[in-house]
Each structure stands twice: as C-alpha cells, then as structure tokens.
Unconditional design. Structure first.
Ligand SMILES: NC(=O)c1ccc[n+]([C@@H]2O[C@H](COP(=O)([O-])OP(=O)(O)OC[C@H]3O[C@@H](n4cnc5c(N)ncnc54)[C@H](O)[C@@H]3O)[C@@H](O)[C@H]2O)c1
Length: 244
C-alpha cells in the first residue's frame, strides 16, 4: 500500500506519515520545506519504512502534477491520500472586521487549494484503479471560531469539499475528514497562556491532544476498518467543538 501525505514535514503530517508507515504503507512525504522534509523521511527510513520525500507547493497546480507523476513513477500506485497542508499565517487572533483581504485569500488558498489539486489528481487515479482512500484535515474551527473567521471558513470548506467528493467518488474511493481540536504542535506556541487555559477548561477530556491521536484516526479511515465510512468527519478534540 502506498500513501501520499502532504505537510509531512510538520508535526501532524509527520505523525501521520509515521503511523501509516508503521502500518505497512510506503509513504510519499510532500512538503514545501525541503530541509525538514528530508529529516521526516530519514526518521521513517531509520525505522525501516519506505519513504519518498518530495518538495512541493501543493497549492501550485504544476507542482502538484509533478508530485503525482513522481509518486506514481516511484510506486506505480497510490492507495491513500492525506491532505494535511493548512493553517494560517499572520496574527493568531484577529477580529473579523480587521482581517485583511489578502489574509482571507491566503487562508482559503492554503487550506483548500492543495486539497482540491491533489484530490483531482489522485482521485482520478484511484477511481481508475477502483480503490482509494482520501482523508482531509479540517479543524474544530469549522464550527465557528472567534478571531479566526477566515480559517474557520476555509476549514468548513474542507468539510463541504470532503462530503461532495464522497458523493462523487464512491463506490471506489472513500473521502473523509478529521477535525483536530487543540493539538500539541508548534501552533501552541502562538496561543497565549490565558487562551490556552480557557481552551483547556472547555475540553471534556481535560487536556490537549497529541499529533499521534490525529494520526490514529487518519489510519482508521485509511485502513480496512474504515471500509464502510465515507463523507464522515471524525473530531479528535477531547470533546471540544470550538466556538470559543
Ligand atoms: N496544530 C493544531 O492544533 C491544529 C488543530 C486543528 C487543525 N490543524 C490542522 O492540521 C494541519 C497540520 O497542522 P500542524 O500543526 O502540523 O501545522 P504545521 O505548520 O506544523 O505543518 C504544516 C506543514 O505544511 C507545510 N506547508 C505549508 N504550506 C505548504 C504548501 N503550500 N505546500 C506544501 N507544504 C506546505 C509546512 O512546511 C509544514 O511542514 C493543518 O491543516 C492545520 O490547519 C492543526
């Protein structure tokens, strides 16, 4: 089995690549950051996994096409696509009335465009092969998040895109999303301590999550156990649904 994971040099993407590798997948790791990407791939190969690092801006169509060509040339097939690239740049919390238009455009581009590109490219391949799994990373912010209206809108878009693709790519391909809550990654460093405390109070399971928690949900959807699940959103959030 072969999996393509975008954003694989990041905390979440790296954990997802490692989890799928541990479950026997050869992993194509795609990321715009070449150096951290090589380190992520080295960690997999050190564990005896097949890893194929590929530097790529997934929002760029030509680069996404080159990634698809490279993955298929290397392995001949792709069974699983995990679209992890996302997030937002600039200030962590910005009132909706103050969000600059270019920041809104960037949020939509970063969270949706790469997912759209790769779903088209690998979705076509999967449908022709008659099998495939696509998992997109959304966020609990999709339910509404003050200070993050642009990001929230883009992550809600990821869910709408996921469900639309599930309708159109079945029965061969399942398409699902995972919506993480607050996960211990570098993003945490940008959340002020008082806001972290407010988040924690609202999490029924009492703590933030780890990247591996997200990775295990992705692996479920990508594996045999997720065979009859499509168009679904799994919240990995300790019971926290955003809307702070
Ligand atoms: N960290 C959290 O608490 C949290 C919560 C909910 C959702 N999420 C979502 O999870 C995903 C991963 O989050 P993370 O915390 O690991 O982020 P991260 O910033 O650590 O990782 C993102 C990775 O994507 C890469 N990247 C950025 N733009 C790219 C592009 N155009 N093409 C290719 N690669 C690109 C970056 O180099 C980075 O390695 C994002 O979609 C984020 O919105 C994160």
């Amino acid at each position: 089995m072969v999996a393509v994971v975008t954003g694989a040099a990041g905390a979440m993407g790296g954990a997802i690549a490692a989890e799928l590798g541990a479950r026997g997948h050869a992993v194509v790791l795609a990321d715009i950051s070449g150096r951290r990407l090589a380190e992520a791939a080295d960690r997999l190969t050190a564990d005896g996994r097949a890893a194929h690092p590929y530097r790529c801006d997934v929002t760029d169509r030509a680069e996404a096409e080159a990634l698809a060509a490279s993955a298929l040339a290397a392995f001949g097939r792709v069974d699983v696509l995990v679209n992890v690239v996302g997030g937002y740049r600039g200030r962590m919390y910005e009132h909706v009335l103050d969000i600059p238009l270019d920041r809104f455009d960037e949020a939509v581009r970063l969270n949706l465009r790469g997912t759209f590109n790769l779903t088209q490219l690998f979705g076509r391949h999967m449908r022709e092969r008659g099998a495939g799994r696509i998992v997109n990373i959304s966020s609990v912010a999709k339910n509404g998040a003050s200070g993050q209206a642009d990001y929230a809108a883009a992550k809600a878009g990821v869910v709408a895109f996921t469900r639309s693709c599930a309708l159109e790519l079945g029965p061969a391909v399942t398409v699902n999303a995972v919506a993480p809550g607050v996960i211990r990654t570098s993003v945490m460093e940008r959340i002020p301590a008082d806001v972290q405390a407010r988040y924690r109070e609202r999490i029924p399971l009492g703590d933030f999550g780890d990247p591996v928690d997200v990775a295990r949900a992705v692996a479920f959807l990508a594996g045999d156990d997720g065979r009859y699940v499509t168009g679904e959103v799994i919240h990995v959030s300790g019971g926290f649904f955003g809307c702070l």
